[in-house]
Design a protein around this ligand. Structure first.
Ligand code: AN7
Length: 353
């Protein structure tokens, strides 16, 4: 039996490492790619085949681990002592975990009161120094860039090229699993690193003739946090999908490049559309992702209504993070438990038996 050893060991010929790079891994990657048959049947008239790439199955519960294993390994190789990031939650959780494993000090700046509790818990329990900025993610990222320009601290946001390099391996896995590239790839967009990374991954494989076609890259932002769609910086982004509540994405230009070079789109979905997809994923497919992740499937539902797809095509949706990170949102969305005394009759009545 072959044991999966994490994305660096598995894809080392595609990654910027050498014999001196210490590999800091939690065996991230190799995430499931499952078919969403029920969503396809019930919400899309069986017109298209939909696959879900379950990135919430990574060790810290999000896709960030793919980039973080490489960023932290390279930081360790260059003898860094301290790493830093700004985060809407998942980057900080991942940075804190991989730093703990590497024996590096980790500083994370988060927008105060605006990240999901599970993510905050992760950063704290892994021993990061957590600073809550009274401002937005964009304010926190600005502070990180200023600090790292003046002090010997390594940034592990997606401005760190090793993050993008690691994250591109998800595209390799998809092609390895399907035997070909999908027709469309739908993905949530926040700081826009992941759409950049997937496009790089697909291009790598295409250039190496591992696939003979390329997907159209279709990115989705939340409606009131959609700077790329509106072509302007959003000073006060709003959305319940806190992971993608970003008004001035770092990888703005490269996301536009991925869209244009692939013939894809970057559009927005409303919070209600996101929450509907979030609930449908849970109730029709048994997949609990976080709200931001559901933006990809919300995008598919929306574009299908607009007749965007040609029939018999296939679509991969990246579900970027695990639903348990933000359980409050789930409890808010659906009906509460029915509280009863321990009496058989009252239970029977409620169950209509
Ligand atoms: C679940 O953690 O930016 O477009 O600081 O956590 O690559 O930014 C998170 C982003 C989608 C958007 N889904 O990805 C952070 C952070 C989830 C996320 C995104 C994020 P990018």
């Amino acid at each position: 039996m072959k044991r999966w050893s994490g994305i660096i060991a598995e894809y080392k010929e595609f990654l910027p490492i050498n014999q001196n790079t210490p590999i800091i891994t939690l065996q991230e990657g190799n995430t499931p790619l499952i078919e969403a048959c029920n969503i396809s049947e019930k919400l899309l008239n069986n017109k298209i085949k939909v696959y879900l790439k379950l990135e919430g199955c990574n060790p810290t519960g999000s896709f960030k681990d793919r980039g973080m294993t490489l960023a932290i390994s390279k930081a360790k190789e260059s003898d860094a002592k301290v790493v830093i990031c700004a985060s809407t939650g998942n980057t900080s959780a991942s940075a804190a975990a991989y730093s703990a494993r590497a024996g590096l000090a980790c500083v994370v700046l988060i927008p105060n009161g605006a990240i999901a509790l599970g993510k905050l818990a992760q950063a704290l329990i892994h021993g990061a120094k957590v600073i809550a900025i009274e401002g937005s993610f964009d304010d926190a990222l600005k502070m990180v860039q200023l600090l790292a320009s003046q002090y010997p601290i390594t940034i592990v946001n997606s401005s760190n090229i090793f993050r993008i390099e690691g994250q591109k391996t998800a595209a390799y896995e998809i092609v390895d699993a399907l035997g070909t590239a999908p027709d469309y790839h739908f993905i949530p967009v926040g700081n826009a690193g992941n759409i950049t990374a997937y496009w790089k991954g697909y291009m790598d494989y295409f250039n190496l003739k591992q696939c003979s076609s390329l997907p159209k890259m279709c990115g989705f932002q939340a409606a009131q946090s959609a700077p790329i769609v509106e072509k302007k910086i959003i000073e006060h982004p709003e959305t319940i999908a806190t992971a993608i509540k970003i008004g001035n994405p770092f990888s703005w230009k490269s996301a536009e490049h991925a869209r244009d070079a692939s013939g894809g789109i970057i559009e927005s979905v409303t919070d209600e559309e996101i929450l509907y997809a979030y609930e449908m994923l849970a109730q029709l497919e048994g997949v609990f992702c976080e709200p931001a992740s559901a933006a990809s499937v919300a995008g598919v539902i929306k574009k299908n209504k607009e007749n965007y797809f040609r029939s018999e095509c296939n679509v991969v949706c990246t579900l970027t993070g695990q639903g348990l990170k933000d359980p409050d949102r789930a409890v808010m969305r659906v009906s509460k438990p029915i509280v009863l005394k321990p009496e058989l009759n009252s239970i029977i009545k409620v169950l209509n038996l």
